[in-house]
Design a binder for this molecule. Structure first.
Ligand SMILES: Nc1nc2c(ncn2[C@@H]2O[C@H](COP(=O)(O)OP(=O)(O)OP(=O)(O)O)[C@@H](O)[C@H]2O)c(=O)[nH]1
Ligand SMILES: O=C([O-])CC(=O)C(=O)O
Ligand SMILES: [Mn+2]
Length: 624
């Protein structure tokens, strides 16, 4: 690899206040990747406008009808670059054991050697953008800094929406602040005279994380989670490593502020796997009178003990990268209002009048569309018009329900933590954990049906502990231990950790229909949960935790029959015992590193299920 003769191309020089380590690193990456130009992003409105103009000119973005969808755009990705590539995502810790059995590991020195060879000359014919960013309000004690270099203007525009990006964040990096270097290329160099394509990418993809040196290298994709490195790569995979060391939590959680009819305010964090309802719950429109829900974050929460020992949380992001399909005025009015203007849509369908459409936006599709691949589409096409993982990118402050505390640098005090998944069977609508350890057990044993958010077979059941399976930057069992220790630290400081609950909006009846109406009606579950905190909602102790007793949840105005209610909470000991056995086999995969407290939870669960099974069969025998 010969880079010695490479001279930084002319253009605006690095800002004079840029930290020397940042400029040296940028020069080093430029020498490796050899872009035609280097641009330091300021984050200004003018810069964003000119990026959008450039993307329209290059054909990456299509300007939507300005009357129907002001200042909004449609991107169609390469059909092969539509979701996170978990099979190409690596944790490159020095010791393989530290990545743990749920991550793919690569030896860091060899991986870096391979990456350097892939990145050599990869930005030929392109501009390298330097994107300094802050995750969390600039200057917040909970915020952390990073710098991404990328040859994708689409990624720069996405970073502008999703993070606090530009000069202000760069100014935060001083000689003694930590920052995470993030290197990104679409892996599509242009030779002289080569024509570009609207969505450059490469069949070879690598999303690599180096927990010790805290750097990220991503190659070959421009899709969200693979390329907006501030998000899953930094704010979860690298941040989880930093958080373990510093005694806090980096989580795949939405943050919601709830105000009861009595004007009491609570904050709820909820971990649901990708495409399992975080954005929808974060934008919940309560169907119960007098209740108010406000959005703080829809995907990631950073949680740390505050001065009084209680856990406080911030949303480190500044925007939403939300799933389009299934989002409609009846299910998520707030999201529909959020994306009315100033939104970049990716892989949705285009209407004949220059607006967007996706499955679930309206009951019936328009008679003609251009689908996400750019082909003519009619309702009889037999394929979805929008890709199932099509997305919208919009700023948090466009959201009509955004809480005025959403960017409070101190964060909000957490009262409740929810763990959820997409389960057609077995998992009740809601169950309260008996204590913190039981809550950690619930989080550790979450399983969920796979969705379109990542490559793989949709619908297949897989364990997704804490909704962090694809996002934990170290050994998953050590992560569980860290959760237990954070609870201990809170109690040692004389405070109480948040109450923990498991929820499941997705239980189905024998005909395959969702039993629970979900969406805005999830406030009924929330009301029950908050009723548990002050003792006003009754619960029964079961092997799965504390379940609502009949009459303890407000179901006014719902068409839910008694038998449907029972189905939502039905416990079948045999299949529960099978789940527990599966959890035991799962725990066995973690090299003996599963905390004893979780093993104890599992054996207590098994014992109580066996007791329930015996009790049920005795009762049945008695009936005969
Ligand atoms: N039945 C039912 N479906 C829901 C509910 N909440 C969300 N969904 C559907 O689940 C899908 C994904 O929801 P999102 O809120 O976008 O999921 P997410 O967790 O934010 O997904 P990522 O952004 O990928 O992390 C959409 O199709 C929703 O319509 C609910 O309460 N009930
Ligand atoms: O990361 C992405 O590409 C989208 C997302 O939010 C997820 O998959 O959880
Ligand atoms: Mn989401």
């Amino acid at each position: 690899m010969t880079v010695a003769h490479y001279v930084l191309p002319p253009g605006p020089a690095a800002p004079t206040n840029a930290d020397r380590r940042v400029t040296a690193w940028v020069e080093e990456i430029a020498a490796l990747t050899q872009p035609d130009a280097v641009v330091w992003c300021t984050g200004s409105d003018e810069e964003y406008e000119s990026l959008l103009d450039l993307l329209v000119k290059q054909g990456t973005l299509l300007r939507l009808n300005a009357q129907l969808r002001p200042r909004s755009y449609l991107a169609r990705s390469d059909p092969s670059d539509v979701a996170r590539v978990e099979a190409r995502t690596f944790i490159c810790s020095e010791a393989e054991a530290d990545a743990g059995p749920t991550n793919q590991w690569q030896e860091p020195v060899a991986m870096l050697r391979e990456l350097r060879s892939l990145f050599s000359g990869t930005m030929h014919g392109r501009t390298m953008y330097v994107v300094p960013f802050s995750m969390g309000p600039v200057g917040s004690p909970l915020a952390r800094l990073g710098v991404q270099v990328t040859d994708s203007p689409y990624v720069v525009a996405s970073m502008r929406t999703m993070t606090r990006m530009g000069s202000e964040s760069l100014a935060q990096i001083t000689p003694d602040t930590a920052w995470v270097p993030c290197v990104h290329s679409v892996g599509a160099p242009l030779g002289p005279g080569d024509e570009d394509v609207p969505w450059p990418c490469n069949d070879t993809k690598y999303i690599c994380h180096f927990p010790e040196s805290r750097e990220i290298w991503s190659y070959g994709s421009a899709y969200g989670g693979n390329a907006i490195l501030a998000k899953k790569s930094f704010a979860l995979r690298i941040a989880s490593v930093i958080a373990r060391e510093e005694g806090w939590l980096a989580e795949h959680m939405l943050l919601l502020k709830v105000t009861t009819p009595e004007n009491r305010v609570f904050h709820v964090a909820a971990a649901f796997p990708s495409a399992c309802g975080k954005t929808n719950f974060a934008m919940l429109a309560p169907t119960l009178p007098g209740w108010k829900a406000e959005t703080i974050g829809d995907d990631i929460a950073w949680i740390a003990p505050g001065p009084d020992g209680r856990l406080r949380a911030i949303n480190p992001e500044a925007g939403f990268f939300g799933v389009a399909p299934g989002t409609g005025p009846l299910t998520n009015r707030t999201a529909i209002d959020t994306v009315r203007t100033d939104t970049v849509f990716t892989n949705v369908a285009l209407t004949d009048d220059g607006d967007v459409w996706w499955e679930g936006l309206t009951d019936l599709p328009p008679a003609h569309l251009v689908d996400w691949k750019g082909a003519d589409w009619t309702p009889d096409a037999g394929t979805p018009a929008a890709h199932p993982n099509s997305r919208f990118t919009a700023r948090a402050d466009s959201c009509p329900t955004i809480a005025d505390t959403w960017d409070d640098p101190e964060g909000v005090v957490l009262d409740v933590i929810l763990f959820g998944g997409r389960r057609a069977t077995n998992v009740p609508l809601v169950a309260q954990a008996r204590d913190w350890e039981h809550g950690v057990f619930m989080g550790a044993t979450v399983s969920s049906e796979r969705t379109a958010a990542a490559e793989g077979t949709v619908g297949e059941l897989r364990r997704d502990p804490f909704a962090m399976l694809p996002f934990c930057g170290y050994h998953m069992a050590d992560y569980w231990r860290h959760w237990i220790e954070v609870g201990d630290a809170v109690r040692e400081a004389g405070a109480q950790p948040p109450a923990v609950f498991q929820v499941n909006w997705f239980r189905k009846d024998a005909d395959g229909r969702f039993i629970w109406p979900g969406f805005g009606d999830n406030v009924r579950v929330l009301a029950w949960i908050l009723g548990r905190l002050d003792g006003s909602a009754a619960a029964a102790d079961t092997p799965l935790g504390l379940l609502p007793v009949a009459g303890s949840m407000n179901l006014d105005g719902l068409n839910l029959t008694d038998s449907q209610w029972q189905e939502l909470f039905h416990i079948d000991p045999a299949s529960q015992l099978a789940e527990a056995a599966d959890a035991a086999a799962y725990f066995d995969r973690f090299d003996g590193r599963v905390p004893a407290a979780l093993r104890e939870q599992l054996s207590a669960l098994t014992t109580s299920l066996e007791r329930l099974a015996a009790h049920r069969s005795a009762a049945a025998a008695h009936q005969r």
